[in-house]
Design a protein around this ligand. Structure first.
Ligand code: TXA
Ligand code: MG
Length: 348
């Protein structure tokens, strides 16, 4: 069925339309501080199944449940004491926590797992929508499965046009990468997906070391179990072949120029992704600015938009600079690494 998809600026009227649609089991895309989400009533199996259909998402990849008030946790999951200081420090905000689920959460939400991922977004439009409908809302990122997550309402429209009735437009997302996913259910606290709430921030609140899932900066091994099912899938990837280049600054710039020239000579539509500081130096190489090398959060905010732009431009070969995988830089390198299938060249 093809639907007319409305894109409406978030205001009182569009929020009450969103709430009414959600209560009827329909899908609504909405802005959060991380990326746009594709929401449905988490307690309705048909509504949840329609999320998977709209995205073309594999059924074994579980969804995050969004709430606006901690009281909503009561029927959903059990909350260990360890989680309380984290919720005090980082909710509302870009931190998703795994909890043991209660039977009220359909298996379709958790892909049959005994845990449910929950987050309380800080974006005022997300909070207002959650409050207006009063439901826990299951929401993955509002992209078609495999495409970069949407950080603008227009990105959502590209992917979801004709498939959902409403996109609430709240402007660009401030964090730009998906939330940090933290597992407190399997021993040592472990980051399954890095995001805006960093390992260092979590450690300072928990007063203990936080582990990183093995596959954050490398591909999963064939026999390795994904702690987070989403890690198994090709993600964040533009159509182009992306290759990362690391090494000393001057060597990287030289290598980028050589690679650009070589691929262009082969007739491939080629560009480089580089820091704002290097746009001038890479002038002849179709430079695409990914933000300042001094500010990983700037790169986080821009990255998905740039990856989507590569598809629009029909790029075939893309070479990118890298940043140190520290702080928010870890989340950037996780997404960029996966966009590049972890192909990396070292410039000497
Ligand atoms: O910032 C975000 O988290 C955005 C906004 C919309 O809230 N949502 C988002 O959802 O990124 P999604 O579905 O694109 O990513 C959810 C990730 C997936 O990698 C999934 O495998 C993992 O969280 N996940 C969800 N439930 C899980 C569970 N019970 N155990 C392990 N991983 C889980
Ligand atoms: Mg996603």
């Amino acid at each position: 069925m093809i639907l007319e998809t409305l894109v409406l600026e978030a205001d009182e009227q569009s929020l009450s339309l969103a709430a009414a649609l959600l209560r009827e089991g329909k899908l609504v895309a909405f802005p959060t501080e991380t990326v746009y989400g594709l929401g449905a009533d988490a307690t309705s199996v048909p509504a949840v199944l329609s999320i998977f259909r709209a995205k073309g998402r594999p059924a074994d990849n579980p969804l995050i449940v969004h709430i606006y008030d901690r009281a909503q946790l009561d029927g959903l999951c059990t909350v260990p004491d360890e989680a309380l200081p984290l919720m005090d420090a980082f909710w509302p905000g870009p931190l998703t926590i795994l909890f043991e689920k209660l039977p009220a959460v359909p298996d379709e939400v958790t892909a049959g797992l005994p845990t449910v991922a929950v987050r309380m977004p800080s974006h005022p439009v997300a909070a207002a929508m959650l409050r207006a409908c009063g439901l826990p809302i299951a929401a993955p990122s509002a992209n078609s499965s495999g495409r970069p997550s949407p950080t603008l309402a227009s990105h959502v429209f590209e992917d979801m046009k004709g498939k959902i009735p409403l996109v609430l437009d709240g402007g660009p997302c401030n964090v730009g990468l998906e939330s940090t996913v933290l597992d407190l259910c399997h021993g040592k606290p472990t980051i399954l997906r890095p995001g805006g709430i960093t390992k260092e921030m979590l450690e300072s609140v928990l007063g203990q070391e936080v582990a990183l899932a093995g596959s954050i900066l490398r591909p999963l091994k064939p026999d390795e179990k994904a702690l987070s099912p989403g890690m198994r899938y090709r993600h964040y990837a533009p159509n182009a072949t992306v290759t990362l280049v690391d090494g000393k600054e001057d060597a990287v710039l030289q290598k980028l120029k050589e690679l650009f020239a070589a691929e262009t000579a082969l007739g491939k539509k080629t560009c480089v992704l580089c820091f704002s500081e290097h746009v001038g130096a890479l002038e002849g190489c179709s430079p695409h600015d990914i933000g300042s090398m001094e500010h990983a959060d700037d790169v986080a905010r821009k990255l998905f938009s740039v990856l989507r732009q590569l598809d629009e431009e029909g790029m075939e070969s893309v070479f990118s600079e890298v940043i140190p995988p520290e702080g928010v830089g870890l989340a950037v390198m996780n997404r960029l690494g996966r966009a590049a299938a972890f192909r990396i060249l070292h410039a000497e």
